[in-house]
Design a protein around this ligand. Sequence first.
Ligand SMILES: [Zn+2]
Length: 403
Amino acid sequence: MKHRGSGLALAILAGVVSVAGAAAAGAETEVTQIRLGVHPGAVRVVVEASAKLKISSFVLVRPYRVVLDMPEVRWRLPMGTGRRGKGFVAGYRFGQFVPGRARMVFDLKGPAVIVKSFTIPPTPGRPWRFVLDLKRTTAAEARARAGRRTAAVASARRGQPLARSAKKPQTSQKVVVIDPGHGGIDPGTTGAKKRVFEKHITLAMARRLKRELDLSGRYKTVLTRTRDVFVRLRGRIARARASGADLFVSLHVDSMPNSRIRGASIYTLSERASDKEAAALAARENKADLIAGMDLSHNSKQVTDILINLAQRETMNHSVRFARFLFDEMRHSTRFLRKSHRFAGFAVLKAPDVPSVLLEMGYLSNAQDEERLTRPRYQARLAKAMARAIDRYFDARGRAAGR
Ligand SMILES: [Zn+2]
């Protein structure tokens, strides 16, 4: 990743370990085991791999996390790895971060620092091992040592074309950007039976909707991700604007402690959430960058404070119109929550000139919703309903503009 010019101190890399000579390994390297060992006031993390890993690590605060970055690897880990932590490590996640790079994020119960890290070459019967020692510390020290590297990455991303939309392609095709929520290191919510991840359902549905729309020839469809990879919320908006989107549809699946709640719901942007549940949901969805181990302390304010101006108000009206078509088409094939259309401040809906809707297709915490959402025939029916809604929306806009 290139760092664009910025005043930030890019050179300060907290706790970076460079183990040379891993270049040839690439994605062929397999991570086969992750172990945590607890000692008084300390936790040792051991990552076993089939080849030498080049890992850089840093800590983050608010919430306390440790991030390990490495070149793309293959994860060959036992089921359930990471769900349970040890000592002051509450649990951890791993997955692709951006193409070519993988990441592990350890959630901590309190402030800690990296004391040392090193690699151990293979010995008979044991593979390459990467060792990271963490020590409990004070909040002040953790804050002082919190990794700058992630902030530098974030600032490089800031240079993406957020400020202006790309020129529209010279065709009458409408550009529909489909945004499969979550991905890579951010799995989204997990199924009631703990087997299914939101990120897989959203991608499957996005692909189906794309196929459905492509059949008509009326649209140019763009997916914000086509693989199981993490994309920042800002990156998703940037993708929509760069492709000259006429409509942006973000796909998600929700979950709730109450496993009886089921049904879909549609959200459009508003400064003020329509109710407590909508606000809480927006807060959950906006956390995706946090889950992937991004340091938000430098730009979270910028993300949340994007001006909602007059242009956006016009866009919001179009979003609401599309939301109505979506509800009207989908209600024949799916069940909705009682309040089917709500408003809240989703970061991913904040492109000021692209009508945008976020669709929660149901609840993974509900066994029936989980079962339906993973069923190909149900997915196909849902995708068809969405495509019909998109047709109706552009038909109506065409009629309004055509006279
Ligand atoms: Zn989601």
